[in-house]
Design a protein around this ligand. Structure first.
Ligand SMILES: NC(=O)c1ccc[n+]([C@@H]2O[C@H](COP(=O)([O-])OP(=O)(O)OC[C@H]3O[C@@H](n4cnc5c(N)ncnc54)[C@H](OP(=O)(O)O)[C@@H]3O)[C@@H](O)[C@H]2O)c1
Length: 268
């Protein structure tokens, strides 16, 4: 059975890489795309890839109404992502979320809708295999080491903070335990904000500076020893493609919300 996909953000940096990859698959068909700028055009004309015959729509609602799909793939911006996924669930599609910047409250709402419509939603802060491993190794370390802090690095244009990768990491670690603080934040002398933000039991520091692409670093500390786990992304969207295709193939295998590609991978 071919999996029919609607790709929101198909003309963007990440979405266009996934769209191009879909021309190489036999089991997945791109039936519609979403982008405001190129609405009404054929995606293949926009991306100079004649094999992409899907039409581009200005909104998810229009795309989903015109062409039913099995999986709605969200790769746009956080301000429309939640509404897009809720609309897709109403239309009977499963959802894959690659867009970063959704809050835990957004995910709670999406989880309820997924249960209501008996569909799967897979939210992946980062589709790269090396990031999946960063998350997994960090979870193991947090079981043994009670103190850690996280640094989120990105280019100066990135508006959302922290990154989707770091949000997901924090969410995962919160299920293990909160990171301990030897000096409680309220007892900080000087400027408390320099200690970063407390998110779900982790201390997070976001840097936005020219020269970075996107990196995440978690530092675990024990007396007289330290463990640093760090991930650095390059400049192409290539690392996200294989994970995106895997998510499309796996999202119909469960009902409800899952966060992280490892939830559909066997990493044991
Ligand atoms: N999970 C991961 O592994 C991963 C990897 C890379 C990126 N991301 C995240 O994915 C998202 C997209 O990143 P990107 O770098 O590809 O961004 P981008 O290059 O700016 O592309 C955004 C895409 O979304 C469309 N779009 C934006 N706002 C829209 C709206 N209101 N309605 C309809 N379409 C809209 C854009 O087309 P129009 O402007 O023409 O509407 C464009 O096609 C970001 O949140 C980014 O952080 C996640």
């Amino acid at each position: 059975m071919t999996i029919r996909v609607c790709l929101a953000g198909a003309t963007g940096w990440a979405g266009s890489a996934v769209a191009r990859a879909l021309t190489q698959t036999d089991d997945i068909e791109l039936v519609s795309a979403v982008s405001r700028t190129y609405a009404g055009r054929v995606l293949g004309d926009v991306l100079a890839e004649p094999r992409l015959t899907a039409l581009v729509f200005a909104t998810a609602q229009e795309a989903l109404t015109a062409h039913p799909c099995d999986v709605f793939f969200e790769f746009t911006k956080p301000d429309v992502a939640k509404l897009n996924v809720l609309t897709a669930l109403e239309h009977g599609a499963h959802g894959v979320i690659g867009t970063s910047g959704l809050t835990d409250e957004d995910y709670e709402e999406i989880a309820k809708a997924a249960e209501k419509y008996q569909r799967g939603v897979l939210a992946v802060g980062n589709f790269a295999l090396t990031v999946v491993l960063l998350q997994k190794f960090s979870e193991i370390a947090a079981r043994f080491i009670p103190q850690w802090e996280i640094i989120d690095y990105a280019h100066e244009h990135k508006k959302d903070a922290p990154s989707g990768t770091v949000r997901e990491l924090v969410n995962r670690l919160s299920k293990i335990r909160p990171s301990e603080l030897t000096v409680p934040l309220e007892q900080t002398q000087g400027v408390k904000d320099t200690r970063g933000a407390r998110m779900n039991g982790s201390q997070v520091h976001s840097l936005r500076l020219p020269s970075y692409t996107i990196s995440a670093e978690i530092i675990f500390g024990l007396p007289d020893q330290r463990l640093t786990i760090r991930h650095d992304s390059g400049t192409s969207a290539e690392p996200y493609v294989d994970g995106s295709l895997l998510a499309i193939r796996k999202v119909n295998t469960f009902v409800g919300l899952r966060r992280g590609l490892d939830t559909v991978l066997d990493l044991s």
